[in-house]
Design a protein. Structure first.
Length: 566
């Protein structure tokens, strides 16, 4: 048997309370109630309608049937400690409304509650009756039909227990006149849900909860969706209207979807160096991590403190100043969170020299070079000062350099890049060269010409800086089969001359890059026809033989036949 223990426990508690405080029985209805279910009369403990849970195996006396067909294990000892079968406590009736119009029907549900806090629907097993029968009739399945206007009492008996329910039969069918939608709150955070309730007002002034029967819609499903049970789910920040519709009536409520305010969860402090010289300064950065996993620079809002101001002080902006040699802890605090960093204050040392080096002294156009600066101090310590030195380019039209020593070529030539720090400086000379060739393209692609004809080829070069250039006169031209065609390696370079029918590969190569195309040579084509004699003189009645000779593209000639002449 399927049971709902939590619901049954609430129902049982409410029923016992009702029995002890009312002489009208558990099925009586308050005069001001607009619901026909017994749980409406027992207060908020049973404010959720009872879910149907019919068990077809339940017997009419409320007990579970015994399976007499299964074999009995006579070898196992009998368990005398098992709990006894639960006892039927009460039967509760429930209906969607407290009234029914003459001629209309109203289904009523009977639910049995047991001593083990379980429950099950017994509508099809209970014995139904209605008093007076002149007011209404009821079927064996619990469907009530209004007969005449007046009060009626419905009873359902099951397992020796009887539940009652008061129903008012009205002369005319009640019409829904208005819908009021309310929300548990006016706003909800993104990712959370909120229960909405729809209450219907009818033509007789009565009210009924129609949350589960109304049709729910959201004005903007990208902000919030709503289920068939009136549960709204917040998706994105904004204002949205949720509407309930039933029988041509509608009601709505506005909900504001908000983004939860992120709270500070931790503070981390970063320092450019682990030490600072006496009299020197160093700016610290405080980064806050928030509950939404976001991070923010909060250096200007935290409270900065030094564990020993005689060793180092820290300003409101997080700038540490070394006072004397020693170790100190710097703390940043905000909203109950704090972070710390250890700082070592060292004795002042003098800068001896600065040295500049480059990743490469030759930089092609379209690429970059990195220059670095290192400082040597009077105590022999060597330190990378690339990010703190001041960088300058001697000829910005040839190459520029940024604050981190990144060199960007502008045009070919030489340039001095200088780093300056503490009155010391050093330079490195870079040579900016043409961008390297990355690809060659030969055109036309796969041409075809007759023997004796010529074809001019062109080579275009693509460079690392994404520029292109005509390099026809720079590349080396070759033909894979010079019996079929040759190609000029001198001016005009790239000019191919067809020799004989066939195919050869034309190749252009430069600086390790190349491209090829096929040249197809076809039979020589007829370029001219020569007649002989050119201007014959003939007498009337006489004949003069005339011959035709063809000149071809490969500079050959041959007599033309009658077929060719035609």
């Amino acid at each position: 048997m399927k049971r709902n223990a939590s619901l049954a426990a609430l129902a049982l508690a409410a029923l016992l309370a009702a029995c002890s405080s009312s002489s009208d029985g558990i099925g009586s209805q308050d005069a001001g109630s607009d619901q026909a279910s017994i749980h409406r009369d027992t207060g908020p403990l049973l404010d959720t309608p009872l879910a149907p849970d019919l068990n077809p195996d339940l017997t009419s006396d409320g007990a579970l049937p015994i399976d007499t067909t299964s074999p009995i294990d006579t070898t196992s000892p009998i368990d005398t400690t098992s709990a006894t079968a639960p006892t039927l406590i009460t039967v509760v009736l429930d209906a969607a409304r407290a009234s029914v119009a003459v001629g209309a029907t109203l289904p009523i549900t009977a639910t049995a509650f047991y001593s083990d806090s379980s429950s099950t629907e017994v509508s099809a097993l209970a014995a139904w009756s209605v008093t007076p029968p002149t007011a209404a009739t009821i079927t064996a399945a619990g469907v009530l039909t209004g007969v005449a206007a007046g009060a009626a009492t419905v009873q359902a008996t099951f397992g020796g227990k009887t539940g009652t329910l008061a129903i008012m039969v009205t002369a005319t069918d009640l019409k829904l006149t208005a819908i009021t939608v309310t929300a548990a709150a006016t706003s909800v955070d993104v990712g959370n849900t909120i229960q909405l309730t729809a209450q219907g007002t009818y033509s007789d002034g009565s009210k009924s909860d129609i949350t589960k029967t109304a049709t729910w819609t959201s004005s903007d499903p990208t902000l919030a969706t709503v289920s068939t049970q009136g549960v709204a789910t917040a998706l994105a920040a904004g204002a949205v209207s949720v509407k309930a519709t039933l029988d041509g009536k509608e009601g709505s409520v506005s909900i504001t979807v908000t983004v939860p305010t992120a709270t500070l969860t931790s503070i981390a402090i970063t320092a450019p160096n682990s030490s600072v010289d006496v009299g020197g300064t160093m700016a610290l950065v405080a980064t806050g991590t928030y509950s939404d996993s976001s991070k923010k620079n909060i250096s200007a809002t935290v409270t900065w403190t030094s564990s020993d101001a005689t060793i180092a002080t820290v300003s409101a902006a997080g700038v540490v100043t070394g006072v004397k040699e020693g170790n100190v802890s710097i703390k940043a605090a905000l909203s109950g969170k704090e972070g710390t960093v250890a700082v070592n204050v060292t004795a002042t040392v003098a800068l001896s020299s600065v040295t500049v080096t480059a990743s490469s002294n030759t930089v092609p156009l379209g690429s970059n070079a990195q220059v670095t600066a290192s400082a040597v101090y009077s105590d022999g310590v060597k330190k990378d000062v690339t990010s703190t030195a001041t960088w300058t380019s001697g000829t910005a039209t040839v190459a520029t350099v940024d604050a981190n020593g990144k060199v960007t070529p502008v045009k070919t030539g030489s340039v001095n890049i200088t780093a300056t720090l503490g009155g010391k400086s050093d330079s490195v000379t870079l040579t900016i060269t043409d961008a390297p060739l990355t690809a060659i393209q030969v055109t036309p692609v796969n041409p075809s010409i007759p023997a004796g004809a010529t074809q001019q080829f062109k080579a275009m070069g693509t460079y690392a800086d994404n520029t292109t250039r005509n390099i026809t006169n720079d590349v080396d031209w070759t033909s894979s089969d010079t019996t079929k065609a040759t190609i000029s390696g001198v001016a005009p370079k790239g000019l191919a001359t067809a020799k004989a029918k066939g195919t050869t590969t034309i190749k252009a190569a430069l600086n390790g890059k190349s491209d090829t195309t096929a040249l197809t040579v076809t039979d020589a084509t007829l370029t001219k026809i020569v007649l002989s004699p050119a201007q014959p003189v003939i007498a009337i009645g006489t004949t003069v033989p005339i011959t035709a000779t063809g000149n071809y593209s490969d500079n050959t000639t041959r007599p033309l036949t009658a077929r060719e002449r035609s």
